[in-house]
Design a protein around this ligand. Structure first.
Ligand code: NAD
Length: 489
């Protein structure tokens, strides 16, 4: 709040029908690394959403009738323009979200660029189905068409990365969109809007309304002219979206939270497993839906693993996100930092051991970052499976390590949460890797690696981690309506 007087704040505007339009009220957005307000985000509501949906509806007939090749060329152009400004986007993402500049430069923005290139390419390669019934003289075939105006709602952890993972397939398929990024991380979406015209995206094809979930998000979900909603965020919000969209029977894609296990057998290659599991626990401050937060280690290697894992975790440096040597930046908000810290306190109260990080090691920050929302990578041991730290999504730099004895036991325990997004399995035994992967209740299983993605293949969770999948074919199916046509000859 103090900064409002000293420096001009960045003020964002909604992007509707190809134009930036101011809003009647605004929300403060904080720089998580300093705790200062530095940006004002439109506090959009029904009126702004109405205007955006109208613009998207008006743009639909022309955009949907373009050929996939024409749309593909525009998506590629947009990818080039974002890539050209990669450094500016990375700086903005880091400042807005608190993530390290290194992560923004190497993961967030390159992936946003790749999302457009990937769908620009994949849209050219889909084929529909055809069957024949010679005895009755018929052929059947399917045809796919864009649905209309897609509502896209994304979270704060990987802002441009996840928003473009929705925008790219939606418009590649010929839909027009109204997107609402998280009110806490809106800047890079606004920057992208500045490039749309130059890329050749016609006015109204991509509209962005900024604001809170309760106001702008809900207005989008409830709008009768938005037949499909693609949402990434928390399970709680997904429940609300499901309720609110039920009267309209909307098509929903829900990518939600996780409580992801890593299962480490005694024949695992620890020299690979330990650094990767430290990364899977603490990358992006643990604020990735795929982050590991329950580590099951087979008893024979438990104490060695713990010693080496903690030593490796301690190497991760926490501090000013704009310093390229830093591994852990700031958490998204003061409230979120408090929530994450409270989990550590609860674990302690239950008798668990905090082996490093929060409350154990000193956190020293540069003078300019004293009021930022920082927390050290924290490792908890001797925690019970029933503990909230082992059951609930913490979404911060906190991971729990526990011992197990048998394969059967660890499968039961790994599956013993309400979530089912991603799991990792570490073992040198091929048979075991397959057996365990098949039995885990998890939309994604990585063995002897983490976060290696082929965007062609389905991404998404089971149980409370979501409904639906995204990927080349899955996104195409979600963002198109299929029709079966029968021809008698
Ligand atoms: P959130 O659910 O609070 O918010 C996500 C988005 O929904 C934001 O844009 C928010 O403004 C909006 N929103 C909130 N209430 C709404 C409502 N009533 N109607 C419509 N929109 C509403 O989630 P978050 O805190 O921003 O993100 C963190 C969560 O996202 C974590 O649970 C994480 O696991 C999950 N996540 C999942 C994936 C995945 O692919 N499965 C990826 C990243 C994050």
């Amino acid at each position: 709040p103090t900064m409002a007087h000293s420096k001009a704040l960045l003020v964002l505007e909604n992007f509707i029908g190809g134009k930036f339009v101011p809003c009647s009220s605004y929300i403060d957005s904080y720089d998580p690394s300093t705790g200062d307000v530095y940006c004002r985000v439109p506090d959009s509501g029904k009126e702004e959403v109405e205007a955006a949906v109208k613009a998207a509806k008006d743009a639909f007939p022309v955009w949907s009738s373009k050929s996939p090749l024409e749309r593909s060329q525009i998506l590629n152009k947009l990818a080039d323009l974002i890539e050209h400004d990669l450094e500016a986007f990375a700086q903005a993402e880091s400042k807005d979200q608190g993530k390290t500049i290194t992560f923004a430069r190497t993961v967030d923005i390159p992936r946003a660029v790749h999302n457009f290139r990937f769908f620009a390419s994949s849209i050219l390669h889909h084929v529909t189905e055809c069957t024949e019934m010679p005895t009755v003289g018929c052929v059947h075939y399917t045809s796919r068409a864009p649905v209309g105006v897609a509502g896209l709602i994304s979270p704060w952890n990987l802002p441009l990365y996840l928003l473009t993972w929705k925008i790219a397939p939606a418009i590649a398929c010929g839909n027009t969109v109204v997107a609402k990024p998280s009110e806490m991380t809106s800047v890079t979406a606004w920057m992208m809007c500045k490039l749309l015209e130059k890329a050749g995206v016609p006015a109204g094809v991509v509209n962005v309304v900024f604001g809170t979930g309760a106001k702008a998000g809900e207005a989008l979900v409830c709008h009768p002219d938005v037949p499909l909603i693609s949402f990434t965020g928390s399970t709680l919000t997904a429940q609300r979206i499901t309720e609110k969209s039920a009267p309209h029977c909307k098509r929903l894609s829900l990518e939600l939270g996780g409580k992801n296990p890593a299962i480490i057998f005694d024949d695992a290659d620890l020299s690979q497993c330990i650094p990767t599991t430290v990364r899977s626990s603490f990358a992006n401050q643990g604020e990735i839906c795929l982050c590991t937060s329950r580590i099951f280690v087979q008893r024979g290697i438990y104490s060695e693993f713990l010693k080496r894992f903690v030593a490796e975790a301690k190497k991760w440096k926490t501090g000013n996100p704009s310093d390229p040597t830093i591994n852990v930046g700031a958490l998204i908000s003061k409230e979120h930092l408090e929530k994450v810290r409270n989990y550590v306190k609860k674990a302690q109260a239950e008798g668990a051991k905090i082996l490093c990080g929060e409350g154990v090691d000193p956190l020293s920050l540069p003078p300019g970052n004293q009021k930022g929302y920082f927390m050290l990578p924290t490792v908890i041991a001797e925690v019970k499976d029933e503990s909230c730290c082992m059951q609930e999504e913490i979404f911060g730099p906190v991971t729990c390590v526990v011992a197990f004895d048998t394969e059967e036991e660890v499968i039961q325990r790994a599956n013993g949460v309400k979530y089912g997004l991603a799991a990792t399995v570490w073992s040198g035994n091929v048979g075991r890797v397959h057996r365990v992967a098949h039995r885990l209740q998890s939309g994604l299983v990585w063995t002897n690696c983490w976060l290696v993605r082929d965007l062609n293949l389905p991404f998404g969770g089971m149980k409370a981690s979501g409904i639906g999948r995204e990927g080349a074919k899955d996104s195409y199916e979600f963002f198109t309506e299929v029709k079966t046509i029968t021809i008698k000859h």
